[in-house]
Design a protein around this ligand. Sequence first.
Ligand SMILES: NC(=O)c1ccc[n+]([C@@H]2O[C@H](COP(=O)([O-])OP(=O)(O)OC[C@H]3O[C@@H](n4cnc5c(N)ncnc54)[C@H](OP(=O)(O)O)[C@@H]3O)[C@@H](O)[C@H]2O)c1
Length: 288
Amino acid sequence: MARKVLITGASGNVAAGVLPQLIKEGVEVKAYVRDAAKGEKLKALGAEPVMGDFLDGAKLEAASKGMDAVISITPPGPTAAEQASAITQAAKRAGVSHIIRLSAVGAAADAPTDNGKLHYKTDAEIIESGIPYTILRPNFFMQNLLMSVPTIQAQGSMYWGMGEGSIGLIDVRDIADSLAALGAFGGHHGQIYVQTGSESLTFAEMAEIISEAIGKPVKYTAIPVEAVGEAIRGFGMGDWFAQVMMDYSRAYARGWGDFVNGNVEAITGNPARSFSQFVKEVMAPAFK
Ligand SMILES: NC(=O)c1ccc[n+]([C@@H]2O[C@H](COP(=O)([O-])OP(=O)(O)OC[C@H]3O[C@@H](n4cnc5c(N)ncnc54)[C@H](OP(=O)(O)O)[C@@H]3O)[C@@H](O)[C@H]2O)c1
C-alpha cells in the first residue's frame, strides 16, 4: 500500500523541493495550504491540497488521520511555536506514526536568536509528545544569498552583517532531499540532525565564487548589524525579523555557524551540494 504523508507549509520554499520527490516515490501526499490558487498548483503536481490555517486544529487533525508521517514546516515568525504546536498536537490526536520536523541550527533554550528559541520549544514539544520523530536543524540556507541578486546586479556588491565569519551553509535542495527521503522511506526515529553543506565559507569567499560564475566582479561589503536591522524593517518585514537577523548576524560573525558535517549524506546517501554548484545551478540563472 502507498505511504501517506501530510506536509504543512506546502507552498513554501523548502516544500517546493519535497513534494515532487514524494510523488515520484509513489507517496500519497496531502498538502496543507491556506491559499486556494497555490493549492491548485500543488494539485497539478499530483498532491491533494487541504485548505486550512495552522491554527485550525480540527482541520489539521482531520488532515493527519491515516498519515504514515507528517512533515511539519512552519515559517519563521513570533507565533511559529504556536503554529507548530497545533501541528504536533493534531498529529498526536490523529495517531500519526512519524513526525518529521524542519527546525533550525542551534535550536536551544539559550539560542542567540528568538527563532532558535522558538524552534527549541517546538522540538521539545515533539519529543515530549511521544510520537516517533526525526528533527532536521539546517544551517544558514544558500538560497538566502538570492536576496543579494538585486544589489549585485545594480552595484556589484552584496551587503551582509556577518563580518568575516565563515558558515557551513546548506543548499535548500539538500534539505528537501532529506525530508523527501524521510517522508518516503521513514526510519531515523528519535534522531536530531544538524545539517550543513560541504564547506564553510566567508561571505568574501562566496562573493568570489559568484563573481567567477556570473563573469563580473562581485564584492562583499560587511555592514554593521544595525544597518541589517534597518534594511529588514525597510523591506516591511517588521521588528521581530529585524531583531532575529541582527542576532543571527552577530552569531555568524563570531563563527557560530563555522562547521560542516555529513548529515545530508547520512539521510540521502548523497554528499551535500557545494556552494559552487548552488551558484551555477540556482543563483547564476537569476541574473539572466
Ligand atoms: N532561511 C534559513 O537560513 C533557515 C535556516 C534554518 C532553518 N530555517 C527554517 O526554515 C523554515 C522556513 O521554511 P520555508 O523557507 O520553506 O518557509 P516559507 O517559504 O516561509 O513557507 C512557509 C509556508 O507556510 C505557509 N503559511 C504561513 N502562515 C500560514 C498559516 N497561518 N497557515 C497555514 N500556512 C501558513 C505559507 O503559505 P503562503 O504561501 O500562503 O504564505 C508557506 O507555504 C523556518 O522554520 C526557518 O526557521 C531557515
